[in-house]
Design a protein around this ligand. Structure first.
Ligand SMILES: *Cc1c(COP(=O)(O)O)cnc(C)c1O
Length: 388
């Protein structure tokens, strides 16, 4: 029997080794891993530079308290700020902590400028911001919140794409609008660039902060360092996590100067967040992914993947409804429940993962080879033929 709590519906499959895009079972069976820990292993498994970094730093220093200056964190924060809209960075350990910290930053900002009534956060119904008590109520999903009451107040919701409901839900107490630039768990739904620009305008007009949750879609996943970059919109606060640690747990909140002004000494903290080991790894991941040539490569290879998937869609028009997403954040939406399709892909040694709305999520490492994409395409076609 397993002594692990039963809060996951696990596949009967485990691995002992990973290399690049592949995972290996104890008996040496090889799987093409297009889950990558749900967009976490952004550079695949066992990246040689990350191994070297973790080995070197592990001999020097793992953890010191944030009561002291941590030079490794200063370096990564500076790099993130120089590369993005952000002026300040606050390190955490996970996505949910980052989104919660983002909420705290927004509320504290208005409190600090004498407008404490501005404390409500407007979110998309059935979005995903993590599993902590506040984050589940921010997500506004019945499934996630059921049984975990009492309800955490302070969150309002609008339906994805419903602009009139969005405008109706804004009131004088709205502090921030928090949305995923691309909804991940919700079914790989992209907020169009023009919508992001409209959101920014609304926020400016009504003195509301714009929080873009890039925990899943950020850190090069779409071919831009952040998914919102293409829209030219500048958010106020951006929580990140998943991809930045390459498999090591790191979260962070990026903020502009204005919103960071409320976060004075003693207002927020984390025991583990931003320790030297995490920061060294995060810096290595950042240095690799933020390179123009790397991101260009992500765009090129992911465009190819989308093109080929759309061809498969045309070939199986009664099976595949839509190819969603951008870059290597890909959703294959079926007309039917995707569960058995995912199982068939797995039987054929391709690992994918579900999202809402019958979507199969495909998340290769950002440095996936074209030959590996072709291998995946072959398996997808084979499984499509079975369902035709
Ligand atoms: C995964 C995810 C989170 C939560 O991250 P955890 O590390 O699991 O807490 C938050 N927001 C988005 C958009 C995510 O995809």
């Amino acid at each position: 029997m397993s002594y692990l709590a039963k809060n996951y519906n696990r596949k009967k499959l485990s691995f002992t080794k990973g290399k690049g895009s592949y995972l290996y079972t104890s008996s040496g069976v090889k799987y093409l891993d297009f889950v990558q820990g749900i967009a976490v292993n952004s550079l695949g498994h066992s990246h040689p530079k990350l191994i070297k970094t973790i080995n070197n730093q592990s001999k020097k220093l793992w953890h010191v308290s944030n009561a002291f200056i941590i030079p490794e964190g200063e370096i990564l924060a500076k790099k993130l700020a120089k590369k993005t809209f952000a002026d300040y960075v606050m390190f955490q350990n996970s996505g949910a902590e980052a989104t919660e910290a983002a909420i705290k930053v927004a509320r504290k900002y208005f409190y600090s400028i004498g407008k404490p009534h501005k404390n409500r956060i407007l979110c998309v119904k059935n979005s995903f911001h993590g599993r902590t008590i506040a984050a589940i109520f921010a997500s506004g999903s019945k499934k996630m919140t059921e049984g975990f009451g009492p309800k955490v107040v302070g969150f309002d919701h609008f339906k994805f794409g419903d602009h009139s409901s969005l405008k109706k839900k804004i009131n004088k107490n709205t502090a921030a609008i928090m949305v995923e630039t691309i909804l991940g768990e919700g079914g790989i739904k992209v907020i169009p660039d023009w919508c992001l620009r409209e959101l920014r305008k609304i926020c400016n007009k009504k003195e509301i902060l714009l929080i873009l949750d890039e925990v899943q879609c950020g850190i090069g996943r779409t071919g831009d360092f952040f998914a919102f970059e293409r829209s030219k919109v500048k958010p106020d606060i951006v929580p990140i996590a998943k991809g930045i640690g390459g498999g090591f747990p790191i979260g962070a909140v990026l903020m502009n100067k204005k919103t960071a002004s409320g976060m004075t000494a003693g207002t927020h903290g984390s025991t583990f967040g931003g320790n030297p080991l995490a920061m060294k790894i995060g810096t290595e991941v950042f240095d690799i992914i933020s390179k123009k040539s790397f991101l260009k490569h992500v765009k090129k290879n992911s465009n190819y993947f989308h093109e080929q998937l759309n061809k498969i869609k045309e070939r199986f028009p009664n099976l595949i409804k839509e190819v969603r997403g951008r870059g290597f954040l890909i959703g294959l939406q079926l007309y039917r429940d995707q569960t058995s399709f995912i199982r068939e892909l797995m039987k054929n040694k391709l690992l994918t993962i579900r999202a809402a709305e019958n979507v199969i999520r495909i998340l290769p490492p950002l440095n996936v080879k074209k030959s590996e994409i072709n291998e995946a395409l072959k398996i997808i076609i084979k499984v499509c033929l079975k369902y035709k």
